[in-house]
Design a protein around this ligand. Structure first.
Ligand code: ZN
Length: 275
């Protein structure tokens, strides 16, 4: 199942068409983009029988697929390649911070660049599909609604100001583009091994595979749900592979006029203009 936010309404993506979830379900599911998550199993089962569509898939109509999660988790230093370039040790537990939900934005929305040190971080984003407490790794995928593409856009100056404040430095307005839709794990040949990357003005700057994650998706679900309860619609930015701008010699950052394109194999591509 592919679930999108089309102009503020939950919609299934069926090829190059969409099916408005509230319309095709006679009001049983939807209409808002967060409404499906507390009923994810029922929505998934219902979606298998949907064949009629309600309109064409129009890129400009796509909004952030998970615009109002109750909790947003983000994991630092979660690829060995990124730990090496940053000169940081690999943590024993997930290095967890939040991106405040106000920063989340759509897959083709503009990024409003603030300051001189705004950096890119392409990430696989997990969307939780049912309430999770003390989840075992072996069961963890069954708690995942789906996966999407995210950019953990980071203001490096603000991130390390005042002794370090990752959450604020990664939460500037529009610094959390996501999308283009949420893809359920059963649509992916191997959800534990997906190629991801990003480019700036067409030049590839990051590429990695999620099989190189230090803490895999199941491990993150287990580690986080051991500490607190995960709720349907919560999201986890799982960390970024090597190739960020700040560790380059000389460092490189996003500037007005740049186009940042980010992709994850089997999910899709998001594209954001820097303004
Ligand atoms: Zn990140």
């Amino acid at each position: 199942m592919k679930l999108a936010n089309v102009r503020g309404r939950a919609a299934l993506v069926l090829g190059d068409e969409i099916a408005d979830l509230a319309e095709v379900s006679g009001g049983r599911f939807g209409p808002g983009p967060m409404a499906p998550y507390p009923h994810w199993a029922a929505v998934a089962e219902f979606s298998r029988g949907v064949t009629s569509t309600t309109g064409p898939l129009v890129e400009a109509d796509l909004r952030c697929p998970v615009p109002a999660p109750r909790q947003v988790f983000a994991i630092g230093v979660n690829y060995r390649s990124h730990a090496e370039e940053a000169g940081m040790a690999i943590p024993d537990v997930p290095a967890t911070f939040t991106k405040f939900p106000a920063c989340l934005t759509g897959p083709f929305d503009d990024i409003e660049i603030a300051g001189e040190t705004t950096d890119w971080e392409v990430e696989l984003v997990v969307v939780v599909g049912r309430q999770a407490e003390h989840v075992e790794q072996a069961e963890a995928w069954s708690y995942v609604a789906g996966l999407t593409v995210g950019q953990d856009v980071s203001d490096r100056h603000l991130q390390f100001a005042a002794g370090g404040q990752f959450s604020l430095g990664k939460s500037r307005r529009s610094y959390g583009p996501m999308g283009p839709w949420v893809v359920s794990p059963d649509e992916l040949a191997d959800p534990d091994d997906l190629v991801l990357g990003c480019s700036v003005d067409g030049e590839r700057v990051q590429e990695g595979r999620t099989s190189d994650l230090v803490f895999s998706v199941p491990r993150l679900m287990a580690e986080l749900s051991a500490v607190l309860t995960l709720f349907p619609g919560d999201i986890i930015f799982t960390g970024t592979p090597a190739g960020v701008g700040v560790t380059r010699q000389p460092p490189r950052f996003l500037r007005q006029g740049h186009t940042l394109q980010s992709w994850v194999e089997g999910i899709g591509t998001i594209r954001n203009r820097c303004v």
